[in-house]
Design a protein around this ligand. Structure first.
Ligand SMILES: Nc1ncnc2c1ncn2[C@@H]1O[C@H](COP(=O)(O)OP(=O)(O)OP(=O)(O)O)[C@@H](O)[C@H]1O
Ligand SMILES: [Mg+2]
Length: 257
Protein backbone atom coordinates (compact mmCIF):
# COMPACT_ATOMS: atom_id res chain seq x y z
CA UNK A 1 0.00 0.00 0.00
CA UNK A 2 2.78 2.42 0.96
CA UNK A 3 6.34 2.27 -0.29
CA UNK A 4 8.92 4.89 0.53
CA UNK A 5 12.19 4.36 -1.29
CA UNK A 6 15.52 5.99 -0.42
CA UNK A 7 13.99 9.05 1.17
CA UNK A 8 16.31 11.94 1.97
CA UNK A 9 14.75 14.81 3.92
CA UNK A 10 16.83 17.86 4.74
CA UNK A 11 15.27 20.91 6.34
CA UNK A 12 16.79 24.26 5.34
CA UNK A 13 19.33 22.74 2.91
CA UNK A 14 22.41 24.92 2.65
CA UNK A 15 21.11 27.20 5.42
CA UNK A 16 22.49 27.72 8.91
CA UNK A 17 19.77 25.46 10.33
CA UNK A 18 20.35 22.64 7.87
CA UNK A 19 19.12 19.39 9.38
CA UNK A 20 19.04 16.01 7.69
CA UNK A 21 16.17 14.03 9.28
CA UNK A 22 16.18 11.13 6.82
CA UNK A 23 19.17 9.87 4.88
CA UNK A 24 18.34 7.00 2.53
CA UNK A 25 15.26 5.96 4.51
CA UNK A 26 13.03 3.21 3.13
CA UNK A 27 9.76 2.07 4.66
CA UNK A 28 6.69 0.13 3.61
CA UNK A 29 3.18 -0.60 4.90
CA UNK A 30 1.08 -3.46 3.57
CA UNK A 31 -2.56 -3.05 2.63
CA UNK A 32 -4.77 -3.47 5.69
CA UNK A 33 -1.88 -3.13 8.13
CA UNK A 34 -2.31 -1.05 11.31
CA UNK A 35 1.11 0.27 12.31
CA UNK A 36 1.84 1.88 15.68
CA UNK A 37 4.80 4.20 15.37
CA UNK A 38 6.73 5.24 18.48
CA UNK A 39 9.98 7.08 19.06
CA UNK A 40 11.55 9.90 21.00
CA UNK A 41 10.82 13.58 20.40
CA UNK A 42 12.47 14.72 17.20
CA UNK A 43 13.05 11.21 15.83
CA UNK A 44 11.21 12.10 12.61
CA UNK A 45 7.70 10.66 13.06
CA UNK A 46 5.72 13.75 12.08
CA UNK A 47 8.16 14.47 9.26
CA UNK A 48 7.49 10.95 7.97
CA UNK A 49 3.70 11.45 8.12
CA UNK A 50 3.99 14.84 6.41
CA UNK A 51 6.00 13.29 3.57
CA UNK A 52 3.36 10.55 3.17
CA UNK A 53 0.58 13.17 3.05
CA UNK A 54 2.51 15.43 0.73
CA UNK A 55 2.35 18.42 3.05
CA UNK A 56 6.14 18.21 3.05
CA UNK A 57 8.21 17.50 -0.07
CA UNK A 58 11.12 15.14 0.49
CA UNK A 59 14.53 16.28 -0.76
CA UNK A 60 14.86 13.08 -2.80
CA UNK A 61 13.45 9.58 -2.99
CA UNK A 62 10.07 8.19 -4.04
CA UNK A 63 6.72 7.70 -2.29
CA UNK A 64 4.23 5.22 -3.75
CA UNK A 65 0.67 4.86 -2.48
CA UNK A 66 -1.40 1.97 -3.85
CA UNK A 67 1.16 1.59 -6.64
CA UNK A 68 0.98 5.21 -7.76
CA UNK A 69 4.08 7.37 -7.56
CA UNK A 70 3.00 10.26 -5.35
CA UNK A 71 6.40 11.91 -5.10
CA UNK A 72 5.54 14.96 -7.15
CA UNK A 73 1.78 15.00 -6.62
CA UNK A 74 0.40 17.89 -4.60
CA UNK A 75 -1.14 17.36 -1.17
CA UNK A 76 -4.65 18.25 -2.42
CA UNK A 77 -4.35 15.41 -4.95
CA UNK A 78 -3.52 12.99 -2.12
CA UNK A 79 -6.12 14.43 0.25
CA UNK A 80 -8.99 12.40 -1.14
CA UNK A 81 -7.10 9.17 -0.54
CA UNK A 82 -5.60 9.93 2.86
CA UNK A 83 -7.51 10.66 6.07
CA UNK A 84 -5.66 12.38 8.88
CA UNK A 85 -6.35 13.09 12.55
CA UNK A 86 -3.91 15.34 14.37
CA UNK A 87 -2.94 15.87 18.00
CA UNK A 88 -4.77 19.17 18.35
CA UNK A 89 -8.54 18.60 18.41
CA UNK A 90 -9.02 22.12 16.98
CA UNK A 91 -7.27 21.19 13.74
CA UNK A 92 -8.72 19.10 10.94
CA UNK A 93 -12.26 20.45 11.17
CA UNK A 94 -13.79 23.93 10.86
CA UNK A 95 -14.73 25.24 14.32
CA UNK A 96 -17.28 27.72 12.97
CA UNK A 97 -19.19 25.10 11.00
CA UNK A 98 -21.60 22.63 12.57
CA UNK A 99 -20.98 18.89 12.80
CA UNK A 100 -23.30 18.35 9.81
CA UNK A 101 -21.61 21.07 7.73
CA UNK A 102 -18.16 19.66 8.50
CA UNK A 103 -19.37 16.24 7.37
CA UNK A 104 -20.82 17.66 4.14
CA UNK A 105 -17.52 19.40 3.47
CA UNK A 106 -15.58 16.18 4.13
CA UNK A 107 -17.82 14.20 1.79
CA UNK A 108 -16.84 16.60 -1.00
CA UNK A 109 -13.15 16.64 -0.11
CA UNK A 110 -10.92 16.86 -3.18
CA UNK A 111 -13.86 17.43 -5.54
CA UNK A 112 -14.23 20.60 -7.55
CA UNK A 113 -16.54 23.06 -5.85
CA UNK A 114 -20.10 22.92 -7.06
CA UNK A 115 -23.35 23.15 -5.18
CA UNK A 116 -23.14 19.68 -3.71
CA UNK A 117 -22.18 21.30 -0.40
CA UNK A 118 -25.70 22.75 -0.13
CA UNK A 119 -27.38 19.67 -1.57
CA UNK A 120 -25.61 17.53 0.99
CA UNK A 121 -27.56 19.26 3.74
CA UNK A 122 -30.25 16.80 2.65
CA UNK A 123 -27.91 14.07 3.81
CA UNK A 124 -28.14 15.16 7.41
CA UNK A 125 -30.15 12.10 8.39
CA UNK A 126 -27.43 9.83 6.93
CA UNK A 127 -24.80 11.86 8.77
CA UNK A 128 -26.81 11.58 11.98
CA UNK A 129 -26.80 7.78 11.64
CA UNK A 130 -23.01 7.81 11.27
CA UNK A 131 -22.60 10.07 14.31
CA UNK A 132 -24.94 7.82 16.34
CA UNK A 133 -22.42 5.00 15.79
CA UNK A 134 -19.94 6.96 17.92
CA UNK A 135 -22.23 6.35 20.93
CA UNK A 136 -21.45 9.78 22.37
CA UNK A 137 -24.94 11.25 22.05
CA UNK A 138 -23.71 13.69 19.40
CA UNK A 139 -26.50 12.73 17.00
CA UNK A 140 -28.65 15.33 18.77
CA UNK A 141 -26.00 18.00 18.23
CA UNK A 142 -25.72 17.98 14.45
CA UNK A 143 -26.33 21.75 14.35
CA UNK A 144 -23.82 22.51 17.09
CA UNK A 145 -20.60 24.21 15.96
CA UNK A 146 -17.52 21.95 16.10
CA UNK A 147 -15.71 24.64 18.09
CA UNK A 148 -18.09 24.25 21.01
CA UNK A 149 -17.52 20.50 21.42
CA UNK A 150 -15.07 19.10 23.96
CA UNK A 151 -11.66 17.93 22.75
CA UNK A 152 -12.67 14.27 22.95
CA UNK A 153 -15.95 14.84 21.13
CA UNK A 154 -14.07 16.74 18.42
CA UNK A 155 -11.49 13.96 18.01
CA UNK A 156 -14.31 11.39 17.68
CA UNK A 157 -16.01 13.47 14.97
CA UNK A 158 -12.62 14.18 13.34
CA UNK A 159 -11.99 10.44 13.14
CA UNK A 160 -15.41 9.90 11.59
CA UNK A 161 -14.85 12.73 9.13
CA UNK A 162 -11.38 11.48 8.17
CA UNK A 163 -12.79 8.06 7.31
CA UNK A 164 -16.26 8.82 5.92
CA UNK A 165 -15.20 8.65 2.28
CA UNK A 166 -13.25 5.62 1.05
CA UNK A 167 -9.56 6.26 1.71
CA UNK A 168 -6.40 4.29 1.06
CA UNK A 169 -4.69 5.41 4.19
CA UNK A 170 -5.47 6.69 7.68
CA UNK A 171 -2.82 8.74 9.46
CA UNK A 172 -3.04 9.49 13.17
CA UNK A 173 -0.45 11.79 14.74
CA UNK A 174 -0.70 11.55 18.55
CA UNK A 175 -4.45 11.96 18.15
CA UNK A 176 -5.17 11.03 21.79
CA UNK A 177 -2.34 13.04 23.36
CA UNK A 178 -4.44 16.08 24.30
CA UNK A 179 -7.24 14.05 25.90
CA UNK A 180 -7.84 12.97 29.50
CA UNK A 181 -7.03 9.28 30.21
CA UNK A 182 -10.63 8.07 30.02
CA UNK A 183 -11.51 9.98 26.85
CA UNK A 184 -8.21 8.90 25.38
CA UNK A 185 -9.20 5.22 25.94
CA UNK A 186 -12.61 5.86 24.35
CA UNK A 187 -11.03 7.42 21.26
CA UNK A 188 -8.48 4.60 21.05
CA UNK A 189 -11.26 1.96 21.11
CA UNK A 190 -13.14 3.93 18.49
CA UNK A 191 -10.01 4.18 16.36
CA UNK A 192 -9.42 0.43 16.52
CA UNK A 193 -13.08 -0.32 15.73
CA UNK A 194 -13.07 2.11 12.77
CA UNK A 195 -9.85 0.67 11.34
CA UNK A 196 -11.15 -2.91 11.66
CA UNK A 197 -14.68 -2.24 10.37
CA UNK A 198 -13.54 -0.13 7.43
CA UNK A 199 -10.53 -2.40 6.79
CA UNK A 200 -8.21 0.60 6.67
CA UNK A 201 -4.47 0.75 6.32
CA UNK A 202 -3.27 2.97 9.15
CA UNK A 203 -0.19 4.50 10.71
CA UNK A 204 -0.66 5.80 14.25
CA UNK A 205 2.04 7.83 15.97
CA UNK A 206 1.77 7.63 19.74
CA UNK A 207 3.89 8.26 22.83
CA UNK A 208 1.66 5.86 24.74
CA UNK A 209 3.65 2.62 24.62
CA UNK A 210 0.70 0.64 26.01
CA UNK A 211 -1.47 1.70 23.06
CA UNK A 212 1.38 0.83 20.69
CA UNK A 213 1.59 -2.66 22.22
CA UNK A 214 -2.15 -3.30 22.62
CA UNK A 215 -3.34 -1.93 19.31
CA UNK A 216 -2.27 -2.46 15.75
CA UNK A 217 -0.65 -5.45 14.14
CA UNK A 218 2.82 -3.97 13.75
CA UNK A 219 4.96 -1.86 16.07
CA UNK A 220 7.73 0.33 14.69
CA UNK A 221 10.15 2.39 16.77
CA UNK A 222 12.14 5.22 15.23
CA UNK A 223 15.26 6.95 16.42
CA UNK A 224 17.15 9.72 14.63
CA UNK A 225 15.42 9.05 11.32
CA UNK A 226 16.00 5.30 11.41
CA UNK A 227 13.79 2.32 12.21
CA UNK A 228 15.30 0.65 15.29
CA UNK A 229 12.50 -1.83 16.04
CA UNK A 230 9.94 -3.39 13.72
CA UNK A 231 7.80 -6.24 15.03
CA UNK A 232 4.52 -7.77 13.95
CA UNK A 233 2.39 -10.92 14.28
CA UNK A 234 3.30 -13.38 17.04
CA UNK A 235 6.44 -11.44 17.90
CA UNK A 236 4.37 -8.35 18.62
CA UNK A 237 1.79 -10.34 20.56
CA UNK A 238 4.57 -11.70 22.78
CA UNK A 239 5.97 -8.23 23.44
CA UNK A 240 5.07 -6.40 26.65
CA UNK A 241 5.11 -2.67 27.33
CA UNK A 242 8.18 -3.21 29.58
CA UNK A 243 10.12 -4.75 26.65
CA UNK A 244 9.44 -1.73 24.45
CA UNK A 245 10.18 0.66 27.31
CA UNK A 246 13.55 -1.03 27.88
CA UNK A 247 14.57 -0.62 24.23
CA UNK A 248 13.35 2.97 24.36
CA UNK A 249 15.38 3.70 27.50
CA UNK A 250 18.49 1.93 26.19
CA UNK A 251 18.42 4.13 23.09
CA UNK A 252 17.92 7.25 25.21
CA UNK A 253 20.90 6.30 27.40
CA UNK A 254 23.01 5.71 24.27
CA UNK A 255 22.06 9.22 23.18
CA UNK A 256 23.12 10.56 26.57
CA UNK A 257 19.58 11.53 27.65
N1 LIG B 1 9.57 22.66 9.67
C1 LIG B 1 10.73 22.30 10.17
N2 LIG B 1 11.85 23.01 9.92
C2 LIG B 1 13.05 22.65 10.40
N3 LIG B 1 13.25 21.57 11.19
C3 LIG B 1 12.18 20.82 11.49
C4 LIG B 1 10.86 21.15 11.01
N4 LIG B 1 9.99 20.22 11.47
C5 LIG B 1 10.71 19.37 12.21
N5 LIG B 1 12.01 19.73 12.22
C6 LIG B 1 13.10 19.02 12.92
O1 LIG B 1 13.15 17.69 12.40
C7 LIG B 1 13.39 16.74 13.43
C8 LIG B 1 12.25 15.73 13.42
O2 LIG B 1 11.07 16.40 13.82
P1 LIG B 1 9.65 15.66 13.87
O3 LIG B 1 8.64 16.71 14.12
O4 LIG B 1 9.50 14.84 12.65
O5 LIG B 1 9.84 14.71 15.13
P2 LIG B 1 8.78 13.79 15.88
O6 LIG B 1 9.35 12.43 15.91
O7 LIG B 1 7.43 13.96 15.29
O8 LIG B 1 8.83 14.40 17.36
P3 LIG B 1 7.66 14.56 18.46
O9 LIG B 1 7.58 13.23 19.17
O10 LIG B 1 8.23 15.62 19.37
O11 LIG B 1 6.41 14.98 17.80
C9 LIG B 1 13.49 17.55 14.72
O12 LIG B 1 14.84 17.73 15.03
C10 LIG B 1 12.84 18.87 14.40
O13 LIG B 1 13.41 19.92 15.13
MG1 LIG C 1 5.60 14.70 16.02
Amino acid sequence: MLKMNNIVMTYDPGGINELCVFNDFSFGVKKGEFVSLVGSNGSGKTTLLNIICGTLAQTSGEVYIAGENMSHKKDYYRARRIGRVLQNPSLGTCPNLTIAENMALAENKGKKFDFTFCINKKRISAYRDMVRELSLGLEDKMDVKMGSLSGGQRQAVSLLIATMIPIDFLILDEHTAALDPLTSETIMHLTDKTIKEKKLTAVMVTHNLRYAVEYGDRLVMMDKGRVVMDISGKQKQATAVEDVLKIFNDISIECGN
